[in-house]
Design a protein around this ligand. Structure first.
Ligand SMILES: Cc1cc2nc3c(=O)[nH]c(=O)nc-3n(C[C@H](O)[C@H](O)[C@H](O)COP(=O)(O)OP(=O)(O)OC[C@H]3O[C@@H](n4cnc5c(N)ncnc54)[C@H](O)[C@@H]3O)c2cc1C
Length: 491
């Protein structure tokens, strides 16, 4: 029934878009300009194509572009708003271009010739990957893997390098934007440049985490490591938030220097009765009842999720190492759960869940997701003010809620992404799914959470506060590389 509703909605939207386009074409001089460009043959005005590029993953904002460009090679200088897009996996319209041009990156190539794995004495393994490639493909065939993963691997290299690219591996290896050696980009002026941190550093650092505003990435050289064979995957449950964060912070403090004690992945989850569908499937059926009793008793539980990878060489030692790492943690006794899975199944674990939701018609629905970084010094207040006083009280959160810490020294401070100025800060993510009629309720909750964390982000002054010392650097980058405000107008 849900999927039928979506189809009907899409049909109506498509018809509306078509009408909108008809009207627009009569008046829109961009249409005529576009046709006069050498890109003319690769331009698409088909209502269905326009409709697909008018929404993103959240299915909430709608911005109608005039045309879709499917370049057959990297093209350049186009004098109107333009946004790169492949998966459309951004939220709140970042990959859209109202009355402008959306560049469909999919047309730029195929994975078999767009991922080249190389080795050098200085860099070890690395890969040259086209901007439109999916992270899953950067790993699949070659026995090597990006050192820093996202949870979802069906995101593009260009897409995550324009945000951050984070997951439970970030505490150890930094976000994906910290693991790039060089990039080929097309700037707003149509220049095609290769940039390294030592050549065009301003452009490379603006582009990394710059929401696509400073360039289109056509290629990136990314750091690779050896792909492991298997993963020990563990979840530990906490009823006490302080104990939970203390243990998480302890676990991320072991880095490469103490290899044996370093985990490969540390994340965390908020467990509640009403979002049990989002976390229960990890646990075996025989544990479900006692888990639900514990949740009912405490209302809120916190779960640390960790992984340690191993292969033939470390098979005989990994259990001992894990035991030492997890010894003396303050989780609820008897509530530690372990699994041993193939490395590929672990890094791509989210996909199986998404497929299931798709099958149930619960994926192509509005997704008012909300992600934020919270400084370590505020996380205990955040628990009281947000998890207990907003999320529990409102009782509408049914999706996954992520809470995990990361180390600031793994980020670098020259990139556009803005992070809290503390050695440790938390990523909190509310991955809400809603219906077409009630996403506003989740949006209101998101806004209430935001109000809890001053400053608000409506005025320029408040944004300046949020950016802190990075504001002037960001302004300088805008003046240098996005003066006409043409690239990724959404953000
Ligand atoms: C289901 C889902 C799971 C996610 N999981 C994670 C996660 O685990 N970790 C994480 O860090 N993030 C995650 N994200 C967020 C995601 O990384 C960002 O939204 C990312 O920008 C999406 O990339 P995309 O490939 O879908 O690009 P699109 O949505 O197509 O574009 C997103 C933005 O990137 C820009 N962009 C895209 N391609 C290029 C390019 N080649 N050059 C320049 N700019 C470009 C666009 O203009 C736009 O501003 C997730 C999002 C979703 C919807």
């Amino acid at each position: 029934m849900a999927s039928r509703c979506i189809i009907v909605k899409l049909r109506i939207t498509s018809a509306l878009l078509s009408m909108a386009r008809q009207c627009k074409l009569l008046t829109n001089s961009l249409y005529h300009k576009l046709l006069s460009l050498p890109t003319g043959n690769n331009l698409h005005f088909n209502p269905r194509t326009i409709c697909a590029a008018s929404v993103d993953f959240s299915l909430i904002p709608r911005e109608i572009p005039t045309a879709i460009l499917r370049p057959s090679r990297p093209e350049s200088s186009i004098p109107f708003t333009i946004s790169a897009r492949r998966c459309g996996h951004s939220i709140w319209g970042q990959a859209m271009a109202s009355n402008g041009l959306v560049v469909d990156m999919t047309s730029l190539g195929h994975k078999w010739r767009d991922i080249i794995v190389l080795w050098s004495r200085m860099l070890g393994h690395y890969a040259n990957v086209s901007g439109q490639q999916l992270w899953i493909d950067a790993w699949e065939k070659h026995g090597v893997a990006p050192v820093s993963w996202t949870d979802n691997l069906y995101l593009t290299v260009g897409g995550t390098l324009s945000s951050a690219g984070i997951s439970g591996s970030t505490f150890r290896y930094g976000p994906q934007i910290s693991n790039v050696y060089e990039m080929d980009v097309i700037t707003e002026n149509g220049d095609f440049l290769t940039c390294f941190p030592h050549k065009n550093p301003k452009l490379v650092y603006s582009a990394l985490g710059g929401s696509g505003q400073f360039r289109i990435t056509t290629r990136a050289r990314i750091a690779l490591g050896q792909a492991s064979k298997r993963a020990k995957w563990v979840r530990l449950l906490y009823s006490d938030f302080l104990a939970f964060t203390k243990d998480q912070e302890r676990l991320i403090s072991h880095l490469e220097s103490d290899q044996d004690e370093a985990l490969d992945y540390v994340e965390g989850l908020l467990l509640m009765h009403q979002n049990s569908d989002s976390w229960m499937s990890f646990f075996s059926f025989s544990d479900h009842q006692r888990l639900m009793s514990l949740v009912t008793k405490n209302e809120l539980l916190y779960c640390i999720e960790v992984a340690k990878y191993y292969d033939g060489r470390t098979r005989s030692t990994v259990d001992k190492e894990l035991e030492i790492i997890l010894k003396d943690l303050s989780h609820v006794p008897e509530f530690m759960f372990k699994k041993d899975v193939a490395y590929g199944d672990f890094v791509n674990r989210v996909q199986a869940k998404e497929m299931k939701l798709q099958g149930q018609g619960l994926w192509n629905v509005p997704q008012p997701w909300f992600n934020l970084f919270v400084p370590k010094s505020c996380i205990a207040d955040f628990n009281l003010g947000v998890f207990k006083n907003i999320v529990l009280r409102k009782n509408i959160t049914t999706g996954l809620v992520l809470i995990y810490p990361t180390n600031k020294n793994k980020w670098g401070d020259r990139m556009s992404t803005v992070i809290p100025d503390e050695d440790v800060f938390y990523k909190v993510g509310f991955l809400h799914s809603s219906g077409f009629g009630d996403w506003q309720e989740f949006d209101l909750q998101n806004k209430e959470v935001l109000r809890y964390l001053p400053p608000d982000y409506s005025t320029e002054r408040e944004w300046m506060q949020q950016f802190g010392p990075k504001w002037s650097t960001f302004q300088e980058s805008k003046a240098l590389f996005n003066l006409k405000m043409l690239s990724s107008p959404g953000p």
